[in-house]
Design a protein around this ligand. Sequence first.
Ligand code: TPP
Ligand code: MG
Length: 802
Amino acid sequence: MSQTATKEALTFEDFKKEVLNDYKIARISRECSLLGRREVLTGKAKFGIFGDGKEVPQLAMAKAFQNGDFRSGYYRDQTFMMAIGALNIQQFFAGLYGHPDIDADPMSGGRQMGGHFATHSLDENGNWKNLTQQKNSSSDISPTAGQMPRLLGLAQASKVYREIPQADKKQLFSVNGNEVAWGTIGNASTSEGLFFETINAAGVLQVPMVMSVWDDMYGISVHARYQTTKESISEILKGFQKEEDTNGYEIFTVKGWDYPSLVDTYAKASQIAREQHIPVLIHVQELTQPQGHSTSGSHERYKSPERLQWETDFDCIVKLREWMIATNVATVEELDQIDADTKKEVLEGKKAAWEAYLNPIKQEREEYINLLNSIASGSANKAYIEQQIADLKSIKEPIRKDILSGARKILRKIIGETGQQTLGVFIEDYFRKIQPKFSSNTYSESSSSYKNVPQIAAAYQDDSQMVDARLILRDNFDAIFNKHPEVLIFGEDSGHIGDVNQGLEGLQEKFGATRVADAGIREATILGQGIGMAMRGLRPIAEIQYLDYLLYALQIMSDDLATVQYRTHGRQKAPLIVRTRGHRLEGIWHSGSPMGMIVNAVRGIHVLVPRNMTKAAGFYNTLLQTDEPALVIECLNGYRLKEKMPSNLGTFTTPIGEVETIREGNDITVLSYGSTLRIVEQAAAELAEIGIEVEIIDAQSLLPFDLNNDTVKSLQKTNRLLVIDEDVPGGASAYLLQQVVEKQGGYRYLDSDPQTLAAKEHRPAYGTDGDYFSKPSAEDVFEKIYAIMHEANPNKFPGLYQ
Ligand SMILES: Cc1ncc(C[n+]2csc(CCOP(=O)(O)OP(=O)(O)O)c2C)c(N)n1
Ligand SMILES: [Mg+2]
């Protein structure tokens, strides 16, 4: 053989090996899907949604996927995860069973149903790993297209790092911005607004994003003709095609069963996105769903016999196999051997996963039964307990609920017996041990938690000036940008004019249009930009112009941002700061204060409501020292009020989770926050004139609220509580009441009804009278407090309206 021929032969051998390996991964993945479905149908797992029918394009995507890259995808991507080495058979089944251990189920530690994938960006202490040396997947969420906004940010991070390499201080996140963010989405889910919003934004931003649409013509039972105009997403997105002198996309279409074309297309897409930062859309057509959508239904109900036959014929693995035989990559015998081997391998992996899941529980059951036996022997309820033991023993595959629910029932029966204490201790210990498996990591548990941020008060000099409060924010942001190269801010009108209230005035000129940037009117993807960039080590501040428009972003805050740490068991984080401004100003959509809705939707995110701009600036300074996401709501009517300019800009902090007493008094405690405080202060001054001394507490941090229990200490002195805000009745005021009366035990100190004063139930009307008749006024506050005092001491405070 000549040298060239040897080389060619070698290359063919290498190629063959690679394809055979791909085939093997596809087969493993398929076997997992088939066996996974059976595990659900036999009751071992609760629900299954699998990647069968989508294996081959994912192999192609994995080939183009490099270290440092990120995936943001959905539940069909098991083959991809296997191909990049992030998911093995045992882990796949651990996820399906819900094994609540992050080492067994690295995707979520049993918290998410199977099919929701992730890699670990953080080590077990919450410190960043070097993401440039591993293949990364952001953690999936179930709401369809919810992965899209985050994808935009993951892609944008590369662009930012290419331009500002010093933002990657420890070189953990990027090598010259060469990383591609790979999105996957089902054809039907492209109907969601989030998909279109993301597509447009990425076209504007020109970021290295490759969006794959897995098209199987269906979204559960609903055919493409009800989903997509012209039944083709690539067809209708043609206007996004980049032309010579325009921005835009490269758009490819490819058949999902055509292995060589797929490999080719993905290689091209990767290069275009990686090198030129041009987004790419790959419409992968003619995919199938061999087992239907999920374990909850069967596709024979809605697919025609012809369609079902076509799906059998065009199954991507069948086609890959045909191609391998036709091109002499493998013989039928070789492939049959692989099929047989993988079947065995998957079966073994499944068994190992089941045992690893079940054995600890069985062990716990055994220990519990031993304890019960000893309790039974001295119990008047011996027969009952023994029956319980027999019942529990008869369960072939016990779960922890079986143990606990039985134990708690027995406890009620044996009150007063010697075994009561033993069993009580067992139950409490068991909860202490097991509960964290299901409840840890709602907030950061790392050393960068807000709890560890040192407090620094705002400092003033003799000649410190009273200034328009917006200047404090502006100059503090200036200090922040100087101090932290990884910080960037973006939002509607945030760049060129420096935000609608000029809190960023002049900063774009100083720090550049990447760090202080205008964004399109698209709140959900502004939020997503922030999530994705924060997941890649930047410290984004996403600006939502007005609190009233946060609703567009609230879904993604709630579903994605708030759950990042929880759903990854602390192995991913997105320390994004969301900046907005709200509370009373003018009319229905510029006076909103829907704080109850927000605090109930975003547990996992800090919700901070500073009463002035110094407090707000202090919150930003605190947050940049933590690794947690937060929402900061500035007072819309406070930018032009005067505040004293601190001298330690960028340094002073406002504590998270602490209240501040801003007026002392003995008669009643008024708890409030934000813009309402100024009205409360005015009323308090008027009440002082008639001998009622109000203690005013600024909540300032709604999530978390008053961790030192300072409010209840105030109640111990005043014995009266009124919570005032401008949310709807029963909104955040009800939340605060629950915190003080129930959580802090405030009811014990009350001599009067605890009450709330909120805005009207409707949205605030326009104009000064609209405000007066919609939101609490100083007179409302005065009279509400007066009425409480009247009830307590009618002689001293005769009724106002008789
Ligand atoms: C926002 C939202 N609405 C509805 C659902 C329920 N749901 C889950 S998957 C799905 C169909 C998705 O179809 P497609 O995007 O084509 O993906 P495929 O499953 O076909 O791969 C629906 C309606 C959901 N998860 N999220
Ligand atoms: Mg589909």
